[in-house]
Write a protein that binds this ligand. Structure first.
Ligand code: SAH
Ligand code: MG
Length: 227
């Protein structure tokens, strides 16, 4: 890790005091999705979900966009879905897609425990299949991509085809834990970085999306507006 001040990967400003200060400020936010957080901690998968601060950003984006019809790709236990739902008005719906049946059950439990069933529909199965079904409900206002990196280009193309003009696409884990620029090595290990760079090529090409950006949260949160 470099100490270059211009390096957006640097955590130099996140000294332990600062991290615990904001950790304490956002602790009540984790309580909002208490059931999901408990279940993730018991299963040892908390690190796979967005952080509370990233969740707050998802809420902010959702609220700013005024979305009424949204889709999330990659539910896990429903933690980020809680945040997105918090930013959606009454009467809005978030479809969240998950292929792992155990995650689907955990997410449904968490959604029910938080009284969010009226806003969130968990869809089980490979995202590619669910997206085909959901295309019939297009146009969507918001699409949050947070699943298998290899499929990010396909998910982004789906968003380009199924968001309304002005609709918002977001993507989590965008730095690929620092491997987004990785070259060489085994082809299998290269698939994810290559896919992620194809994703960014589409997002930033200025044709399908405008105002493409990336927030340097720990994981990297990419955003773009459908042209
Ligand atoms: N958005 C969640 C974290 C998602 S982790 C949160 O922040 O709380 C990524 C999830 O995507 C995992 O649960 C994994 O099972 C799911 N996933 C991976 N590939 C998938 C696919 N092809 N279709 C549907 N879900 C997939
Ligand atoms: Mg993640």
């Amino acid at each position: 890790m470099t100490t270059d001040k211009r390096d957006i990967f640097s955590r130099q400003h996140l000294v332990p005091e600062v991290a615990s200060y904001f950790g304490a400020l956002t602790a009540p936010d984790d309580g909002y999705a208490a059931h999901a957080v408990d279940a993730m901690e018991k299963a040892g998968v908390r690190a796979l979900s967005v952080s509370a601060l990233e969740g707050r950003l998802l809420e902010t984006y959702a609220r700013l966009s005024g979305a009424r019809k949204a889709v999330e790709i990659g539910t896990l236990y429903g933690y980020s879905a809680h945040w997105l739902a918090r930013g959606l008005p009454e009467g809005a719906r978030l479809y969240t897609l998950e292929k792992d049946p155990a995650c689907v059950n955990a997410a449904k439990d968490a959604v029910e425990a938080s009284n969010l069933s009226r806003k969130i529909t968990v869809m089980e199965g490979p995202a590619a299949d669910s997206l085909k079904t959901l295309a019939k409900l297009a146009p969507f206002d918001l699409c949050f991509i947070d699943a298998d990196a290899e499929s990010y280009p396909a998910y982004l193309k789906w968003a380009a085809a199924n968001l309304r003009p002005g609709g918002l696409v977001l993507a989590g884990g965008a730095f690929l834990k620092g491997r987004v620029c990785a070259e060489g090595g085994e082809p299998a290990a290269n698939a994810a970085p290559r896919a992620m760079r194809e994703f960014f090529h589409i997002l930033f090409d200025g044709d399908r999306f405008v105002s493409a950006s990336i927030l340097p949260t720990g994981e990297g949160l990419a955003a773009g507006i459908k042209a």
